[in-house]
Ligand binder design. Sequence first.
Ligand SMILES: [Zn+2]
Length: 493
Amino acid sequence: MKKNTLLFIALATQLFTFAQTHQEKVQETVSKSEIEGHIYFLADDLLQGRKTGTAENKIAASYLANTLRGYGVKPNPQTGTYYQPVPMEEVSPTTPFQLSINGEEQKRKVVLEARRMSLKTKAIFLGYGMEEDYAGQNVREKIVIVKGGNKKANDARSAFSLRSEKRELALKAGAAGIIELIEADYETWSFIDRNFNATKVQLAETDSKEVKGKNNLAYVWIQDAFGGLAKTYEKEAPQVQIKLGGKSSKAINSQNVVGIVEGTDPLLKNEYVVFTAHYDHVGTGKANAKGDKIYNGARDNAVGVTTVLSMAENLAKYPTKRSAIFLLLTAEEEGLLGSQFFVENPIVPLQQIVYCINSDNGGYNDTSIATVVGLERTTASRMFKDAASAFNLIAKGDPAPEQGLFDRSDNVNFARKGIPAPTYSLGFTAFDAEILKYYHQPADEAESLDFDYLHQFFSAYVLSGRMITDSESTPFWTKGDKYEAEGKKLYNK
Ligand SMILES: [Zn+2]
C-alpha cells in the first residue's frame, strides 16, 4: 500500500471517530441482550423482592456495585468503595401501652414517641399546648393533655405538622408526657392507626437528634372524634393511668450504590449530573391466585436501575463535558430514605450537583412514548424530546400531574434541595388496569416485559443523559416552578 493511502485511512478513521454522534455512541453501548441480563437477574425469584435490610437486598447492591466496577466507573471518593452506607432502624410499636383516663380504657390510641413509664396521676389540661398555654404552669414530670392542632386548624393534619413544636415546648417545660386529643373521623383515624401502629423503617436517629434518658418525652395521640373529650377535660383535668414501654428499635444496615465518571471539560467537569434509581422493592407478601408471593419488582424498579447502569456504561466509555454520578438507592419503598440520606450526606457538595435524572417505574401501557414526570418543569425538556424522537418515541409529561407523582419518588428529595429533578418512566397514559396488574404485584416479572420497547426506551434515556451532561448551558427549573426559589438559593443565582 502506498504511503498516501495509509495516511488517508488513518485520517478517515480519525474523521469518523470525530464525527461519531451522540446517537451513534448510544447505539454502540446500549444492547437489548445486556438489558435483559440485568433485569432478569435483579427480578429473579432468588432475590426475594430485594426488600431493604434483607440479605437479598445486599446481593442486589453487590451486583450493581460490581457492574459499575466492570464498566470502569470510579468508586465513591468518600469510602473508596461503590457503597454509601445508609444507617436505618426498624421501629416496632411500643409495648406495653395501656392508657385509661378517668378510669376508662382508651382503645383508639397511638404512640408518636415512647418513654418507659408507669404513672397514675392527675393530668394538666393545657389548651392547644402552644407557648402561651404554658405561661404560669408547672408541668414538671406531669402528663399534659392538649387539643390537636391550634386555634386556626384543629384537624389531624395540622396536629401532625405542629407535633415537633409541641414536643419541644413540653420538653422545655419538663413534662413527662403529652396526650393530644385528635379530632379525626373513622377513616382518618384508621389511617393514623395503620401508620403509627406498624413496624416501620426510618433513618437512624443521630445522637444530636435523639434526646436520651430522663429528658425523653412520651407523646401519645388519642381519637376524640367530635371534640367531646376536650370539652370534658377542659372543665376538669382528668385522672390518667398510663403504662408505656420504651422505644423498641433494631438497627438495619443497607446501602446506596454509587459511582462516578469524570467529565472532560476543564470547567464543566465540576458540575455533576446525578442519575438515580431505587433498587429496593417490597420483598415477599400476600400470594396471588397462582400462589406466587414474591414481589419481583421487574418494572419497579429493576428497569430504572438498569437504565442507570446503561448510562454508566456509556459515559465510562464516552465521557461528556460534565461529570456524572450513578446513584442506586435503597429504601425508596420505606419512604424515600436512601435519597433522603444522600441529599443530607452528599458525596460532592450539593451545589455542584446541577441536575438529577431519576428513573422509577410502575408499569407501562403505551409503547410509543417515554413518560418524563416533570418534563416541562425544567429547561431540559427539548433535549428529552429530541432524544426520544431519535429512537422513534415521543417524550411526554406526566398524564395526571394533579396526583402529585413528581413528589412521590426519590427525585423529590433532590427537588426540595433545589436540584432540577424529573423522573424518567416507561410510557403510561393513565393508571389503568394494565398498570395495576403489575404495580406492587407478584406479576411484576421480567418475562412479561417487552424488551424491544425497552431497548428503544433505554436508548432514548441514555441519549437524553448524554445531551444533558454535554450541553453548553446548564439546565434549570422553568420560571415559576415551585422549586425554583430553592434552586436559586442552592446555586446562588
Ligand atoms: Zn419504584
